[in-house]
Design a protein around this ligand. Structure first.
Ligand SMILES: *[C@@H]1O[C@H](CO)[C@@H](O)[C@H](O)[C@H]1NC(C)=O
Ligand SMILES: *[C@@H]1O[C@H](CO)[C@@H](O)[C@H](O)[C@H]1NC(C)=O
Ligand SMILES: *[C@@H]1O[C@H](CO)[C@@H](O)[C@H](O)[C@H]1NC(C)=O
Ligand SMILES: *[C@@H]1O[C@H](CO)[C@@H](O)[C@H](O)[C@H]1NC(C)=O
Ligand SMILES: *[C@@H]1O[C@H](CO)[C@@H](O)[C@H](O)[C@H]1NC(C)=O
Ligand SMILES: *[C@@H]1O[C@H](CO)[C@@H](O)[C@H](O)[C@H]1NC(C)=O
Length: 263
C-alpha cells in the first residue's frame, strides 16, 4: 500500500523553520524506517543521516514523524516512511515542496539617457516557484515651474511681445492676466501657446498697454505665475519690477526740488 501526499512549506529567508513529515504506525512493535531519495535517514531510532537538522518526532508510542529544521530548497523531494509489521511491509510516501518567496536580487540603478539611444534595464529575482517578472511604466509628472519670463520694452505704434516659459509634465496650459483681468486674443492682443511656451503680442502698442501682466502656467498637478511688465522705452525697472522714471528725468526733478528748497 502506497500513499502519496504533498507537504508544502514556505521558507522565509533567515528564519528557523521546522517541517514535520508525519508517520503513524498501527502497532508500536513495528520496525520503522525513514528514507529519502538518496538513502536511509532513520532505521528505527538509529539515525543514519549525518544531517543535524533531521530528527525523529515521537509525541506518542505510535508516532514516527520526521522533523527537519531550517528547511531549504535542497530538502525538496520525496520522503518514504517504511513500516515492517508482522504481516506485510507498508510504505507511505510524502513529497515535500519547498517554496521561497520571490526576492529581487539585482535591479538596474536609475539611468538618464538621451532620446533615441538604447537602454537596457535589468531585473533579476529568485524564488520558488520561479517568480514571474513584470514591468510597469510610471509616467513621470511634475507641477509647472516658470523657467523664464521677461519684461519687455514697447514703443507706441509698434508691435511688442511678452514671453513666458514653463516646464511641466503633462505640458502646461497658459493664461495671461492684465492686473487681475483675464486676457483673450482680441482687440489687438494675441496669445500664442505651444508646449512649454507662451507669448502675448500687442500688435499696435498704445499708452494704455503699459503696465503689469501675469503669466499663469497650470497643469493637473499645480499652478504657478510670474509677473511681467510692458514698459516705456527708457524707463528703468526697479528690483521689485515696478517702473521708475528714467534716471535723467529723476535727476532733473531732484535738482529742481533742491533748487526750490535751497539745499
Ligand atoms: C537525503 O538525506 C541525506 C541524509 O540526510 C541528505 O544528505 C541528502 O541531502 C538528502 N537528499 C535529498 C534529495 O533530500
Ligand atoms: C547586476 O547585473 C548587471 C548587468 O547584468 C551586472 O553588471 C552586475 O554585476 C550585477 N550585479 C550583481 C550584484 O549581481
Ligand atoms: C539600438 O538597437 C537597435 C537594435 O538592436 C540597433 O539597430 C541600433 O543601432 C541601436 N542604436 C544605438 C544608438 O545604439
Ligand atoms: C496704431 O494705432 C494708432 C492709434 O490708434 C494708429 O494711428 C496707427 O495707424 C496704428 N498703427 C498700425 C500699424 O496699425
Ligand atoms: C499668482 O500667484 C500668487 C501667489 O501664489 C497668487 O496670490 C495670485 O493670485 C496669482 N495671480 C494670478 C493672476 O493667478
Ligand atoms: C504685478 O501684479 C502682480 C500680481 O497681481 C503683483 O504681485 C506684482 O507686484 C505687480 N507688479 C507690479 C510691478 O505692479
Amino acid at each position: 500500500m502506497q500513499r502519496m501526499k504533498a507537504v508544502t512549506v514556505m521558507v522565509k529567508p533567515l528564519t528557523l523553520l521546522l517541517c514535520s513529515v508525519r508517520c503513524v504506525v498501527e502497532d508500536k512493535n513495528s520496525k520503522v524506517a525513514w528514507l529519502n531519495r538518496s538513502g536511509i535517514i532513520f532505521a528505527g531510532h538509529d539515525k543514519w543521516s549525518l544531517d543535524p537538522r533531521v530528527e525523529l518526532e515521537k509525541r506518542h508510542s505510535l508516532e514516527y514523524s520526521l522533523r527537519i529544521q531550517k528547511v531549504d530548497v535542497y530538502d525538496e523531494g520525496s520522503y518514504t516512511c517504511s513500516v515492517q509489521t508482522q504481516h506485510e511491509p507498508k510504505t507511505s510516501q510524502v513529497y515535500l515542496i519547498v517554496q521561497v518567496p520571490p526576492k529581487i536580487s539585482n535591479i538596474s540603478s536609475d539611468v538618464t539617457v538621451n532620446e533615441g539611444s538604447n537602454v537596457t534595464l535589468v531585473c533579476m529575482a529568485n524564488g520558488r516557484p520561479e517568480p514571474v517578472i513584470t514591468w510597469r511604466h510610471l509616467t513621470p509628472t511634475d507641477p509647472p515651474t516658470i523657467t523664464e519670463s521677461k519684461s519687455n520694452e514697447a514703443t507706441t505704434g509698434r508691435q511688442a511681445s511678452l514671453k513666458c516659459e514653463a516646464s511641466a509634465v503633462p505640458a502646461p496650459d497658459f493664461e495671461w492676466y492684465r492686473d487681475d483681468t483675464r486676457i483673450n486674443s482680441a482687440n489687438g492682443l494675441e496669445i500664442k501657446s505651444t508646449e512649454g511656451q507662451s507669448s502675448l503680442t500687442v500688435t499696435n502698442v498704445t499708452e494704455e498697454h503699459y503696465g503689469n501682466y501675469t503669466c499663469v502656467a497650470a497643469n493637473k498637478l499645480g499652478v504657478t505665475n510670474a509677473s511681467l511688465v510692458l514698459f516705456r522705452p527708457g524707463s528703468v525697472r526697479g528690483i521689485n519690477g515696478s517702473i521708475s522714471l528714467a534716471v535723467p528725468l529723476w535727476l532733473l526733478a531732484a535738482s529742481l526740488l533742491c533748487l526750490l528748497s535751497k539745499c
